[in-house]
Design a binder for this molecule. Structure first.
Ligand SMILES: NC(=O)C1=CN([C@@H]2O[C@H](COP(=O)(O)OP(=O)(O)OC[C@H]3O[C@@H](n4cnc5c(N)ncnc54)[C@H](OP(=O)(O)O)[C@@H]3O)[C@@H](O)[C@H]2O)C=CC1
Ligand SMILES: CC(=O)N[C@@H](CCC(=O)OP(=O)(O)O)C(=O)O
Length: 307
């Protein structure tokens, strides 16, 4: 029997890509509200309570409101927003780190942010293996395509083609910092320096490491071997054992749900750069939602993904 999936926010950037990934999947039937009713609370409440699975692709406040409208205990929720990523009662939707079973049995799953997906997949296994300290003041630099900011940022970049680079989050306190700290288990909040480039999709998330100044840190080769072992067999997270001379984000990047992890190291082992390359709309949002939906519905975890 086919399960009903209601995407609240289906006309937005993330929602549209989830619908594309679910099209032609006989296991699921999409419940759709037409344009006139998609923001009508009565119509939304009905759809939210009639579905087997609800995927929220809304701004944070609207996502909180949607959850409060759900009265039917059988409805299971995946929230793509940042409203519930550190909230009690929610499972963090990163199966490679929290475990697939935790997601398969959860009623409330909060998708990770796009930047934290890179940061956490790089750092969490290395810290839990004792190869990096948890009490280090980590820094994270990142660049994202402008679809990461949804319809509003897409509109801005479409209108102003003169923007070559946009540094932001300059007042610190970006909304992703809390989930980065919590789900890696860091003592200190990381210093997060994000930026946007004039490409539609794709992102590069980097954690530079002063290994020589850390006590008990692994060498770059040891860090790489540990990541390779952690994600061996993962169809989604690929650890690249080569060290290319440059990493390019291309404006023509095709949608993908994979994450590539790199470890670059100084010859003397004193410094390293951990880098994750992913698609903000793939494993960073829509692909992650579909992966979690597959797990919750007990379907092959990569069905419908772009790998
Ligand atoms: N874009 C990305 O790369 C990522 C996005 N996310 C998160 O996913 C969520 C959706 O993001 P994104 O798709 O980019 O955003 P968009 O702005 O592209 O889409 C949001 C959609 O929600 C609709 N909406 C807003 N308020 C309501 C409401 N009260 N009731 C019903 N619909 C409403 C909007 O309507 P309208 O079309 O009329 O504006 C729009 O269609 C956000 O929380 C975002 O932070 C997470 C990871 C990555
Ligand atoms: C480029 C850009 O603006 N990116 C978004 C994050 C996108 C994302 O991960 O979404 P959540 O809002 O659900 O966390 C930002 O920095 O706010």
């Amino acid at each position: 029997m086919s399960a009903t999936v209601f995407i609240d926010g289906a006309a937005g950037t993330t929602g549209l890509e989830i619908a594309e990934r679910l099209a032609g999947r006989p296991e699921f039937t999409l419940a759709v509200l037409d344009d006139a009713r998609r923001k009508d609370d009565a119509a939304r409440a009905e759809a939210l309570n009639d579905a087997d699975f609800v995927i929220l692709c809304l701004p944070d406040d609207a996502a909180r409101d949607a959850v409060s409208m759900i009265r039917n205990d059988k409805v299971r929720v995946i929230d793509a927003s940042s409203a519930h990523r550190t909230a009690m009662g929610w499972t963090y939707g990163l199966p490679e780190v929290v475990g697939r079973d935790a997601i398969a049995s959860a009623r409330r799953v909060s998708n990770p942010g796009c930047y934290p997906t890179g940061f956490i997949t790089l750092l969490a296994p290395l810290i839990s293996a004792g190869l990096l300290p948890k009490d280090w003041p980590y820094v994270c630099h990142a660049v994202s395509g402008y679809s990461g900011g949804g319809k509003a940022l897409i509109g801005r970049f479409d209108e102003d083609e003169d923007i070559a680079f946009r540094a932001y989050g300059l007042a610190m306190g970006h909304k992703h910092v809390g989930e980065m700290q919590r789900h890696v288990g860091l003592v200190h909040a990381p210093l997060f320096a994000p930026a946007v480039v004039p490409a539609f999709r794709g992102m590069l998330v980097e954690v530079p490491l002063q290994l020589a100044a850390m006590q008990l840190a692994g060498t770059p080769d040891v860090l790489l071997a540990s990541l390779a072992e952690t994600y061996r067999g993962s169809p989604i997270i690929k650890v690249r054992e080569d060290r290319p001379e440059e990493l390019l984000l291309r404006k023509s990047m095709a949608p993908t749900d994979t994450v590539e992890l790199f470890v670059f190291g100084a010859k003397d082992g004193s410094q390293a750069r951990l880098v994750a390359v992913l698609d903000n709309l793939g494993k960073g949002a829509s692909g992650a939602a579909v992966q979690n939906l597959n797990l919750m519905a007990h379907i092959e975890q990569t069905a419908g993904l772009r790998l």
